[in-house]
Design a binder for this molecule. Structure first.
Ligand code: UDP
Length: 237
């Protein structure tokens, strides 16, 4: 497919293009660049763009087949997909099933503690401010979303969590935690956007608890590409 595209935005892991003649669609391109610790650690993970494109495609197709509204339209090359144009809501939604990462660092949870109920957290999407944890009160006061919209986002997040937990466990993967972003499409509907990949989730092997996600990059655990590839292979089966 040859599409006339114009770069609109380049982020840490993806590029977004507009498409000439298609005002309601964007192209989302996945890069090999990896960052951690608010951009302090930077490198490339070879083949990450290709692997995350395929992983996100498989997961979004699964969610769409379970009636979750998403921006995904179709994969058009090994590292690009067409998505619906959305205005991203500047709230990063994190959902946690098992304690790890900042839950351990900031709140003293023991890593690996299985949470009785999932914890949903909100972070302000702002590189300059370092994505601080914030509350619905802050979200309303900043005018980022209304109470009704946040209720919808939270219930959709919990529904996605239930679907993904089962999907991954069937593939011998524990879904420890993950980050979602939502956007408003040109009709004003709130839909799931961005990506779902080892960059944005914590995945542990269900038998060995081996880390199979970006923590291997964050903490120099080695075999980063192998972990992403193993996730892709388990989801492709
Ligand atoms: N996460 C993300 N983008 C961010 C921050 C977090 O995708 O800007 C994901 C992260 O990969 C993990 C989950 O959200 O799966 C929870 O991350 P946590 O709060 O533990 O923070 P981090 O480990 O990034 O310090």
């Amino acid at each position: 497919m040859t599409l006339d595209k114009t770069l609109l935005y380049e982020g840490k892991a993806k590029k977004i293009y507009s498409i000439s003649g298609k005002p309601d669609l964007y192209i989302q391109e996945f890069k090999d660049d990896a960052t951690a610790f608010n951009g302090l650690k930077k490198d490339k993970i070879s083949n990450k763009g290709v692997m995350n494109t395929e992983i996100t495609t498989l997961i979004f197709n699964y969610l769409i087949s379970n009636s979750i509204p998403t921006h995904f339209v179709e994969k058009i090359s090994e590292n690009e997909m067409i998505v619906k144009k959305v205005d991203i809501i500047k709230v990063e939604v994190v959902c946690r099933n098992i304690a790890a990462g900042s839950l351990v660092k900031k709140f003293g949870f023991k890593e690996g503690l299985v949470l009785e109920n999932p914890i949903v957290e909100y972070y302000l999407k702002s590189d300059e401010l370092g994505d601080p944890l914030f509350t619905e009160g802050h979200i309303f006061a900043l005018g980022l979303a209304t109470a009704e919209e946040m209720e919808f986002i939270k219930s959709l997040t919990l529904k996605i969590n239930g679907l993904l937990k089962k999907y991954f466990l069937d593939r011998k993967i524990k879904l420890v935690d993950f980050k979602l972003e939502f956007g408003k499409d040109t009709q004003g509907n709130i839909i799931l956007a961005d990506e779902i990949s080892p960059d944005t989730c914590r995945f542990w092997d269900s038998e060995t608890n081996e880390k199979m996600d970006k923590d291997r990059f964050r903490f120099d655990l080695g075999k980063v590409e192998d972990a992403y590839l193993e996730i892709k292979n388990r989801l492709s089966k």
